[in-house]
Write a protein that binds this ligand. Structure first.
Ligand code: GLY
Length: 374
């Protein structure tokens, strides 16, 4: 069964199609969008080794020819060098405005290829085929594209909506457990920010979902995409509500910077820890009861996920230095940090009204805490 989540942006409406084994239908899914039976695919070496040939076969079965560019894997690809290589290759391939570029991969490939599509001939269409859980529930949806600069992550980019997202949940079976659980951090985020019932369900179904339950995986991806689509419809370019999607991210970005964007901390792991810290901060500010952060951390613990600063291997800088790193966040407006806090599970809101002393206390207590507790 294939589920469809529509993203009804006026003039740029598209569908997110979600299903187990959907890659095999990529040709019939994509062919109706084409003005000529030819596409180009950009992927990375790791994803390409697993999923490029099945994609090309599916395209070919629908009479669609394809050429592919295979980039190196990893976050370093999301910079000017590979971006430029990708754009030049697309031009060599004579990709025209009415053609489709396919991004086959996780967040790095989706963001880079989306940005290349945004600027090529001032905008060509692209299709996202996200292969990681994080990309299926977050980065492939909503049109944020871009690359990193020496000054920071995602600082160069454009809003450019895809023409279609094909999320094949069978591809998640090839992910290492750590990557899957990191992506699950973003799934939990949706429950925490706006859907308490979804969080209730994740508490029950999370372990089966992690163990491979197909129906549960489809439901989790679908609900996450529905919530993201709804927020993007309200606020495509993040003037207000879209910032809700950054629950946990202000803490996360500081922790990623403090750990050198290394595999000491994957993005989704930082989001999970950041969500736990955002709920802790909310409780201390009297916005929600202390049971709420405990419940968040208990679920992350039950899933075998990182949830405390002490779960990050190696040394971290002190609380002041972490607060300073938060000040580099893109959500700083006129020098004031914007936080996503919560009045309870499923009730997040955006605020600039957070005393730095309260943030410092949460960080200090987290850093002082010993080995992981549940
Ligand atoms: N990942 C947050 C957003 O798309 O707005």
């Amino acid at each position: 069964m294939v589920e469809t989540v529509p993203v009804a942006l006026p003039g740029r409406a598209y569908d997110i199609r979600i299903g187990h084994g959907l890659l095999a239908s990529a040709g019939t899914e994509i062919a109706p969008l084409l003005s000529r039976p030819r596409v180009v695919v950009v992927t990375d070496e790791n994803v390409g080794a697993l999923h490029l040939e099945p994609l090309r076969e599916a395209l070919s079965a629908a009479g669609v020819a394809s050429e592919a560019l295979i980039l190196p894997p990893g976050e370093a690809t999301k910079g000017w060098t590979q971006f430029s290589a990708c754009v030049e290759w697309l031009l060599e391939q004579r990709v025209e405005r009415r053609d489709i570029v396919i991004a086959l991969g996780g967040g790095v490939i989706g963001d880079l290829v989306g940005f290349a599509a945004a600027v090529l001939r001032r905008g060509v269409r692209f299709v996202q085929v996200p292969t990681s859980l994080l990309a299926q529930v977050d980065s492939s949806v909503g049109g944020k594209t871009g690359i990193n600069s020496a000054h920071g992550k995602n600082l160069v980019g454009a809003f450019h909506q895809p023409s279609l997202v094909l999320a094949d949940t069978a591809l998640l079976e090839t992910l290492p457990e750590r990557d899957f659980l990191a992506g699950y951090g973003e799934v939990v985020k949706y429950g925490l920010l706006g859907d308490a019932e979804f969080f209730d369900w994740l508490e029950e179904a999370g372990p089966a979902l992690a163990a491979g339950d197909r129906e549960a995986r489809i439901r989790a991806v679908r609900r996450s995409c529905e919530m993201k689509a709804e927020i993007v419809l309200r606020d495509e370019t993040e003037q207000g509500d879209r910032a809700l999607l950054n629950l946990g991210h202000t803490f996360c970005h500081a922790l990623e910077a403090a750990t050198g964007y290394s595999d000491r901390l994957l993005h989704g792991e930082g989001v999970a820890i950041g969500c736990a810290l955002a709920f802790e901060l909310s409780a201390r500010l009297g916005l929600c009861s202390q049971e709420e952060p405990s419940r968040v951390r208990a679920h992350l613990a039950a899933m075998g996920m990182k949830r405390d600063l002490s779960d990050i291997p190696g040394d971290l800088p002190g609380a002041e230095a972490l607060l300073d790193l938060m000040g580099q966040d893109k959500k700083v407006v006129d020098g004031t940090l914007r936080f996503i806090l919560a009045r309870g599970i499923g009730a997040a809101f955006v605020t600039s009204d957070v005393p730095p002393g309260a943030v410092l206390d949460v960080l200090r207590d987290g850093l002082e805490q010993g080995p992981a507790r549940t």
